[in-house]
Design a protein around this ligand. Structure first.
Ligand SMILES: [Zn+2]
Length: 313
């Protein structure tokens, strides 16, 4: 699904009104609406720190906790669904209340790694965003690619160590899961399941607030892609507020895009990729001020979706 479709889905949501608490794929493709609120209550102990961390001597997660085929996910993690069922696709949480989710994607491709190696690009990790969230004690959810985690193990550890940050999955190397997804090279169909499973393994090694939330690169997905992820017991998270921060050359359009669309329950899509989203850290304070002016409060994604039970603030 691409951004134009996302916009249509958002308009549909507005038209339909507040009766639908959680928009899932079944609503968009015309089949019977399904609420995604059937997840089991997350175990608060899952949120605790002190869970396994990567090998501190090497600073890398090593071989990860599991190497075998797909393990069933812990049913208590936010976003966990019954393995074998087609994952729900979520755009937003309930339109009641005042919570919204700040989500940051951490893309990493082979091309980006090459740019780092050759020195053409200094960083794809925007530390100013992380510092701002830390200092403001602001909850956020990070959709991490496996290659970003492997390139930035220390920063991943820092994210995992923050009780206000949730960790989610954005594929291993940011390949496309449909044939027409911007200019991203495509992951072969037979490798889709493994790609996402492997990424969960990479992220899980860091502990912290783990989830079974997953976001497709470019938000591009179709029935085959969703079917490929059915064994993994996850929830696909698109979002209803596309900030447009990749390659933005000024902060104001990002702020305008977010504040013109944001509503209670919104999932705001931004990037923590620095060189590919260089204005996001400048936009963030304005976004936070605008949210506050509208009475909206950032919360972890699981809480915005009504699947979390902890409030670390
Ligand atoms: Zn991405």
């Amino acid at each position: 699904m691409k951004k134009t479709h996302l916009l249509l889905a958002t308009l549909l949501t507005v038209t339909v009104g507040g009766g639908i608490a959680l928009i899932v794929h079944g609503v968009r493709d015309g089949s019977a609406p399904t609420r995604a609120a059937t997840f089991e209550t997350p175990d608060p102990s899952r949120s605790a720190l002190g869970t396994p961390t990567p090998n501190p001597s090497t600073g890398v997660p090593g071989s990860g906790p599991t190497t075998g085929p797909v393990d069933p996910p812990p049913a208590t993690l936010p976003g966990a669904t019954r393995p074998g069922t087609r994952p729900p696709v979520v755009d937003n949480g309930p339109r009641t209340g005042n919570r919204v989710a700040l989500t940051f994607d951490a893309d990493m491709t082979d091309g980006m790694l090459h740019s780092l190696r050759t020195g053409r690009v200094k960083s794809y990790a925007n530390l100013r965003i992380i510092e701002m969230l830390e200092e403001g004690r602001i909850p956020a959810t990070f959709f991490l690619t496996g290659k970003w985690v492997e390139r930035y193990p220390d920063i991943t550890r820092r994210l995992a160590g923050n009780p206000r940050f949730e960790l989610a999955n954005h594929t291993y190397g940011h390949l496309a899961f449909t044939s027409d997804c911007y200019d991203l090279p495509r992951v072969p169909s037979r490798l889709m399941t493994e790609d996402v499973a492997k990424t969960f393994d990479v992220i899980e090694a860091y502990g912290g607030r783990q989830t079974r939330y997953f976001r497709f690169p470019g938000l591009c997905h179709d029935g085959a892609a969703l079917a490929a992820l059915a064994p993994l017991g996850l929830t696909v998270v698109d979002g209803d507020v596309v900030s447009g921060d990749p390659f933005a050359t000024a902060w104001r359009p990002i702020v305008d895009a977010v504040l013109s669309k944001v509503r209670p329950g919104s999932i705001i899509i931004m990037h923590v990729t620095e060189a590919n989203a260089a204005m996001t850290d400048e936009a963030l304070p304005h976004i936070l001020a605008g949210l506050a002016a509208r009475g909206l409060t950032p919360a972890p994604l699981s809480e915005v979706l009504g699947q979390g039970s902890t409030n670390p603030r």
